[in-house]
Design a protein around this ligand. Structure first.
Ligand code: CA
Length: 229
């Protein structure tokens, strides 16, 4: 089987080496490019299966690289940033990145994200191939305020249902608390991000009761939440 090719665009050689070694050990065909413009050239000529893209780069910055790449390819991209507070702004730009990793990271964490993104975007076979006739894991009927997980009806409050819907409509995408406030609480003026957390906590508890083996809503530390079907 051909190995999955990962291009790491990172200008800090020590950091790059550690991560590439880790990816290679896990069986990926990983390589590094330290310059944004050269990375773009390389991606055009020979697109990898996944791109790990640092934002601060010489030549061409990561955001510009991503914009150019998105003009011709949907290849999975994980953005790497040194500032967790920047992720909120990045999410708002809707750049089309598939996930975000914040420095300092552990190679283990990055590997887990790589695997999750590849699984989601179809780069890896699904664990337990999907039966096309099987009902979807999560069904939401917003008109009748009913949500089901694995066929089991959930007892959700209207806010919990709306939160679930907002995330499930955008599978795999990380939504910040601010975005969830916009999507779910736009009619409520005095809702805090803490209220989002409290509703989310209840929603995630109910989901894990219905589907204990799955983490359907992933919490991204310092950033927000993502629905992982
Ligand atoms: Ca950098």
């Amino acid at each position: 089987m051909e190995r999955t090719r990962i291009l790491l665009v990172e200008d800090e050689p020590d950091l790059a080496r550690v991560l590439v070694d880790y990816l290679l050990r896990d069986g990926y065909d990983a390589s590094v490019e330290g310059d944004g413009a050269r990375a773009l050239e390389r991606i055009r000529k020979e697109p990898p299966d996944l791109l790990l893209l640092d934002l601060m780069l010489p030549g061409l910055d990561g955001l510009s690289v991503l914009r150019e790449v998105r003009a011709f390819s949907r290849l999975p991209v994980i953005l790497v940033t040194a500032r967790v507070e920047e992720i909120d702004r990045l999410l708002g730009l809707e750049l089309g990145a598939d996930d975000y990793v914040c420095k300092p990271y552990s190679p283990r964490e990055v590997l887990a994200r790589v695997k999750a993104v590849l699984r989601r975007t179809g780069g890896l076979p699904q664990a337990g191939a999907k039966d096309p006739a099987a009902p979807p894991l999560v069904e939401i009927d917003a008109a009748s305020w009913v949500a089901r997980v694995a066929g089991q009806r959930l007892d959700l409050t209207p806010k919990e249902l709306k939160l679930l819907q907002a995330l499930a409509d955008r599978p795999g995408r990380v939504l910040s608390r601010a975005q969830l406030l916009d999507l779910v609480y736009k009619d409520d003026l005095d809702v805090s991000e803490r209220a989002v957390d409290s509703h989310m906590k209840n929603l995630r508890r109910k989901l894990s009761q219905a589907a204990p083996e799955r983490e359907l809503i992933r919490s991204v530390y310092g950033v927000g939440f993502a629905f992982e079907p």
